[in-house]
Design a protein around this ligand. Structure first.
Ligand code: SAH
Length: 235
């Protein structure tokens, strides 16, 4: 069933379809007959809605009790990546269920962007996350945060804080450590983290996480984190 997120709260027996929804239903999907869609309101309540072609008002049929998108509250902090890789991470991590994605710049981040310029990008990234949330039938839209520095990421609090680090060290833990906690998991840029950054993270309570003996591309590591947590809880 086609799914749409709306900014308002559904309190009535009808819902107003916004311009983007009207366009998608009538121009893209070329709706020709009465159909049922799914609408998720601003409080993440999910409703089945009956709609007619070219009608701006839909009728609420019932509310669906949908389980949460992801087994834990996961903040996936990912260093900005080159070209379209960051967008790819947003789309895939959203499909897999990450609660929010936190972009950051670190010492070895290759692309050059400041916080102000980033706001335009963030709007675009949020649109990608919205569409991927709709496509994957989530009940909460994955949120894209503003651009952070690595230091700011270190200062964030979470029940579990993990830094993905490819060099296997004796104190590395597997991702299973965070499986039941609201977690902040950090993935570095193409060039990895510097020694100082690893130390800074450690001093702010981060555990080093190993995703196995092979060095993965940053985007693979980010997706692996989401998939591993999901798979663990699905067993
Ligand atoms: N430039 C580094 C690799 C960086 S990989 C090198 O060639 O040695 C980019 C990011 O992916 C890393 O900062 C880390 O966060 C994550 N990563 C890649 N492989 C990983 C692994 N096996 N375990 C944990 N994290 C990994």
């Amino acid at each position: 069933m086609q799914r749409y997120f709306i900014d308002s709260y559904i309190t009535d027996t009808t819902v107003h379809l916004n311009e983007a929804m009207m366009h998608h239903l009538n121009r893209v999907l070329r709706l020709k007959q009465t159909t049922t869609i799914c609408v998720v309101d601003a409080s993440s309540r999910v409703f089945e809605v009956r709609i007619e072609p070219n009608q701006e008002v839909g009728t609420i049929l019932n509310e669906i009790n949908q389980k949460d998108d992801f087994p834990i509250d996961l903040t996936l902090a990912v260093a900005l990546l080159k070209k379209d890789k960051f967008e790819w991470v947003i789309q895939k991590a959203t499909e897999l269920g990450a609660t929010r994605i936190l972009p950051f710049v670190s010492e070895r981040t290759i692309i050059d962007v400041d916080v102000k310029d980033f706001e335009k990008k963030r709007v675009r990234y949020q649109t990608i996350a919205k569409e991927a949330s709709e496509q994957s039938h989530r009940k909460h839209m994955c949120q894209i945060e503003s651009l952070h520095s690595f230091k700011q990421v270190c200062h964030r609090s979470a029940a579990f804080k993990g830094l993905c680090f490819e060099r296997v060290e004796h104190e590395s833990v597997s991702l299973q450590t965070c499986m039941n906690l609201a977690s902040l998991v950090v993935v570095g840029p193409e060039g990895g983290f510097s020694h100082q950054e690893v130390e800074l993270a450690r001093s702010h309570g981060f555990k080093l996480i190993s995703l196995g003996h092979k060095t993965l591309r940053a985007e693979t590591a980010a997706i692996a984190v989401c998939a591993m947590i999901e798979a663990y809880h699905d067993q």
